[in-house]
Design a protein around this ligand. Structure first.
Ligand code: C5P
Length: 229
């Protein structure tokens, strides 16, 4: 059976990773969350007190990140590829609001993007890949078999994220989450290097009023049609 490369881009907190994960499990493909790579770099910068360099010495900031290692290891229990920063599983830490507050600034640095894109393209696509992010269909895999662009109203997204974080026992405010989502969308869409755009050949899904199951059904139809052709 033909193995596809599926690019899922879109606005912040549109459920890209949940959808991507489910599709990957259904088809036996590899799932890579590219946002987690930018988040891991940001976590390293926070932990090593490098953030102030972002304002006054970007060259030194980049230099300090030169030797970090980022890779994914498949977890048999939850069936996802978890991210490791310098051999430490940081899957949980990268989801914090502090990381979310700085990640778009870090992700706008061209040198960092170049390294991340290199790692993303290194993935063996022969068994099929689902990758989600902001520039997957436009930059990382412009020849992807299927390109999706997920969006939803910002208040719906903030509500979903708020509930998810509260359910995970985190203490966060709804307003902080909404502001973070708005700020990231703005930065991600307006940066000069690899901005978030809707590719001409992308299928846009506004999931403001859609369940995950409805989205999966629509995406499965696209995939099955592509495989059959
Ligand atoms: O996907 P997620 O929301 O976790 O991504 C976090 C941030 O990483 C985004 O807001 C964006 O700034 C950056 N990112 C990116 N390019 C990607 C994936 C994520 O710039 N391919």
């Amino acid at each position: 059976m033909k193995k596809l490369t599926i690019a899922i881009d879109g606005h912040a907190s549109t459920g890209k990773s949940s959808i991507a994960k489910e599709i990957a499990i259904k088809y036996g493909y590899i799932y890579i969350n590219s946002g987690s790579m930018y988040r891991a770099v940001t976590l390293f910068a926070i932990e090593n007190k490098l953030l102030e360099l972002l304002n006054d010495n970007i060259d030194l900031f980049i230099e300090k990140l030169k030797d970090i290692s980022i890779n994914f290891r498949f977890n048999q229990n939850n069936l996802i590829s978890e991210i490791f920063l310098n051999n430490r599983n940081v899957e949980k830490e990268i989801g914090s609001l502090e990381v979310s507050n700085y990640v778009s600034k870090v992700a706008a640095i061209p040198e960092i993007r170049k390294e991340m894109v290199k790692l993303q393209r290194n993935i063996d696509r022969r068994i099929g890949v689902v990758m989600d992010g902001r520039d997957i269909g436009s930059v990382v895999f412009p020849n992807a078999d299927i390109k999706l662009f997920l969006t939803a109203s910002d208040t719906v997204r903030a509500n979903r994220r708020f509930e998810e974080m509260i359910n995970n026992g985190l203490s966060v405010s709804y307003d902080d989450i909404l502001n973070n989502i708005r700020k990231r969308d703005k930065l991600d869409s307006s940066r000069s290097n690899s901005p978030l755009i809707i590719e001409k050949d992308a299928v846009v899904i506004d999931n403001s009023n859609m369940s995950i199951d409805e989205q999966i059904k629509q995406i499965k139809q696209l995939i099955d049609r592509k495989i059959a052709n």
